[in-house]
Design a protein around this ligand. Sequence first.
Ligand SMILES: NC(=O)c1ccc[n+]([C@@H]2O[C@H](COP(=O)([O-])OP(=O)(O)OC[C@H]3O[C@@H](n4cnc5c(N)ncnc54)[C@H](OP(=O)(O)O)[C@@H]3O)[C@@H](O)[C@H]2O)c1
Length: 257
Amino acid sequence: MFDLELTGRVAIITGGSDGLGRATAQRLAAEGCHVVICARRRDHLEAAAAELTKESGGTVIAQPADVSVPADIEALVAATVDRFGGVDILVNNAGASAASALEDLDDAAWQADIELKLMAAVRLCRATVPLMRERGGGAIVNATIWGGKAPSARSLPTSVTRAAGINLTKSLANEFAADQIRVNTICIGLIKSAQWDRRAGDGPVDEVYAQMAARVPLGRVGEAAEYADLVAFLVSQRARYITGTAVNLDGGMSPVV
Ligand SMILES: NC(=O)c1ccc[n+]([C@@H]2O[C@H](COP(=O)([O-])OP(=O)(O)OC[C@H]3O[C@@H](n4cnc5c(N)ncnc54)[C@H](OP(=O)(O)O)[C@@H]3O)[C@@H](O)[C@H]2O)c1
């Protein structure tokens, strides 16, 4: 028996209306968590929450929020506490691809990526850690990328903001270990999600995935459910001795551990 012991836990998942966040919401709700998802597009988010509630047989609540906006983060956490009385799990998942060359990026593009990928996680951790401490502990998972450990050329600003996310993870894991708050990051490679559907446009997304698979040692792109499985494990009691790790979920793409 491999019970994750997640029943009744309260989880916030940012970017939960599509792709990896949506799969994670489905998984955690099916495990018995009370799940709050956020995203910017209200209608899409509310439709996702309704579908996820039905699919999982659990509870998934929608709270529209842009994680780059501090007031939205405050409202997200307040709505979660109002509804469920606290927070046990935070998945900082919202993000977007941003890989360019140095000379193609102005300060505004750098600042936007820092707000989205670093400051959103900083603010959400700061808002939820005291709530987790009150409950005797908690678990945080930050989505990052393997390029945060081993950046390629023209991978800016994301390889830099993700490197900051990896170091934020380790720093917070050290700071809050005594409070039994565990913090880990998943360094993502190439995984099927709505962002690739959008990039495929009118063309078949399977062709896009086949091209991407050529870059992956295991010979295929990942499934969103594989990310959700790893998040569910990391936030569960089965991972209670794991904190401060940066796990590659990339089919072997990263040149470093
Ligand atoms: N899939 C991959 O191969 C891959 C590779 C490397 C890293 N990642 C990372 O994994 C995470 C999930 O990516 P994904 O592939 O699942 O992306 P996705 O399919 O595009 O889904 C992104 C989700 O985040 C939400 N979102 C985007 N910006 C937001 C914001 N400012 N505030 C709140 N919500 C926001 C989106 O909804 P709205 O648009 O309505 O806000 C959507 O729910 C991201 O951090 C991404 O950078 C993914």
